[in-house]
Every structure is written in C-alpha cells, then in structure tokens.
Design a protein. Structure first.
Length: 127
C-alpha cells in the first residue's frame, strides 16, 4: 500500500461519530461521509428554538407550557436520533472508506461554529 492510499482510506470510528453528533447534530453524519443528511439534521435541531423562545417570552399559559415541552422533546429526539444514526453509520462503514474533501478537522470546527451562530441568530430573531 503506497503512502497516498494509506492517507485516504480510513474506517470511521463509531465513538468519534457519536461524540461529534453530541456536540452538534449532523457533525457525526458529515464525519461518516453523509453530508446531506448531516446538513438536514444540523438545521432540524435548532428549528424549534424560535417556538420555545416565543412561548417563554409570551405570557405563561397551559398551551405555552405544552408548546415548550413538546418543542423541547422533539429537539431532544432529533439530537438523540442524530447521535444513534451517526454511530450506526460509522459502525457499518467499510475499512476502505475514502476520505471526502470535507473530512478534515477544521471543516468540523467551522461547521460546529456555524451551528452555534445559526442557533444564536434564530434565538435573537425570535426575541
């Protein structure tokens, strides 16, 4: 095996995928080469932030408490599903997985900060 092949073939580690998804939904999927699924999960996670923020800022009523609870539960389920999904994808990857152009540590860091910035922007806009 030549040096170039050794640097481009890496089996995905399930624990790394799960930890990345724990940090931000979708990061583990991107790590496993499923960029579209990762992007969908990354933007589904914070989609309920404005609903929760509005319900909190509005007068507390039974319906607002239900909205807060349901929205929070859905967000947590999306997050948990992203963690489990990335773990399973990584576990099922082949040993000869070829790294994609976006399988670099700095891409994950940039993506993580984009998730945080988008979630903060959504929260600020909801207020």
């Amino acid at each position: 095996m030549d040096e170039q092949t050794a640097n481009t073939k890496h089996r995905r580690k399930p624990i790394v995928a799960a930890i990345l998804s724990l940090l931000g939904p979708g990061l583990g999927q991107i790590y496993c080469g499923r960029i579209v699924r990762g992007l969908v999960l990354a933007f589904l996670g914070p989609i309920f932030v404005p609903i929760v923020t509005y319900a909190i800022l509005a007068e507390l009523s039974r319906i607002n408490i239900v909205v807060i609870g349901v929205s929070t539960l859905i967000s947590l389920l999306i997050w948990l599903a992203a963690i489990i999904d990335s773990y399973c994808i990584a576990r099922n990857t082949r040993r000869d997985y070829e790294l994609k152009e976006y399988n670099r540590w700095y891409v994950y860091v940039i993506f993580y900060f984009l998730i945080i910035i988008c979630a903060n922007k959504i929260t600020i806009d909801a207020k």
